[in-house]
Design a protein around this ligand. Sequence first.
Ligand code: AMP
Ligand code: MN
Ligand code: MN
Length: 348
Amino acid sequence: MAPSHDETPFPTDPRGRLAVAEALRGARTIAAAGHLPLDGDGIGSALGLVHALRAAGREAVCVIGGPVPRNLTFLPGIADAVRLPGALPFVPDAFVALDGGDEDRFVPMLPLARSARHFLDVDHHVTNKRFGTASWVDANHAATGLMVLGLIDDLGLPLTPDAALCIYVALVTDTGRFSYSNTDPASHEAAARLLRHGVRPDEVLRHVYRSLPRGRLDIAAEVTRRLATSPDGTLAWSEVTLAMCAEAGVAPLDAHDAIEVPLALGGVEVAALFREQERGTAEPAATHVSLRSTTTFDVAAFAVARGGGGHRRAAGFTAQESPAAAAARIVPDLQAAVVHHRATEVGR
Ligand code: AMP
Ligand code: MN
Ligand code: MN
């Protein structure tokens, strides 16, 4: 994710880029996958790369390791992707892991990835652990999709309308429709190029942000009803429970965007959403914690300390407990970290 104007740029990684491009150039067969849980940038990056490789006559396949969010099922190429545990049409020379800072975000794909000669890690998270045989990590990019666009150029692959659409969805979702602090001139320049290659923004809007089932609006209403704030109003949080999802007929994954509810409240500097995860009957409760910051408070650092990762202003981690238990434990820590940050910043 690109740094915002009030932050210093991240290091670039030209050697990583060269190494990844070189491995892709030499690979006869290529598999590409976005991190789990799937999101617009991960899956858009994987499909975008596969479309461009195939258009150049290369053997490439997108691998899908988990449920696809409902609003992304329209993406071209989804139907041809291999859904694990399905078998690939070939043994890949290269496996490209997209938009995930850690191997543990690719768990069902790991045997496949490790069996490939090249396990390529292409990502824009500051917290990336460089887990590939080659890694290209550059947090200056607003979306991993833009790194894929860079690889398409490096390899001289055609930017087909399908590739452009998938990359646009990666970009539009990770920048919050070109509005988060990572939105920079490069995001808009890339968008202009993608539009010239056939992308229709209104079609993307309709598929990705509208066309919601009624239950998704009911979830937003319930998330609003359960909204809690710190006494000074700078922290806001809410929850999405499995019971709420069952009642509304919505998969928890499809309620991911509900973090926008606490984030929209005036005066909020840090927002959190505690989203209960689907699980087998015997498995204990687990909650995905989404964090957003509107100031220089670094939520990635907070998430890393709890086994997760992300960007300075958007990060997440998993807690092995119910949303209510997670909130009771984590909100005070978050509050303390924000207070500490404010104190140290004033002293600078
Ligand atoms: P989310 O709140 O799920 O939208 O995540 C915000 C950002 O943090 C995204 O860039 C995620 O890829 C990243 N992130 C979320 N959860 C994790 C995790 N458990 N480990 C590493 N990165 C994460
Ligand atoms: Mn992602
Ligand atoms: Mn991303």
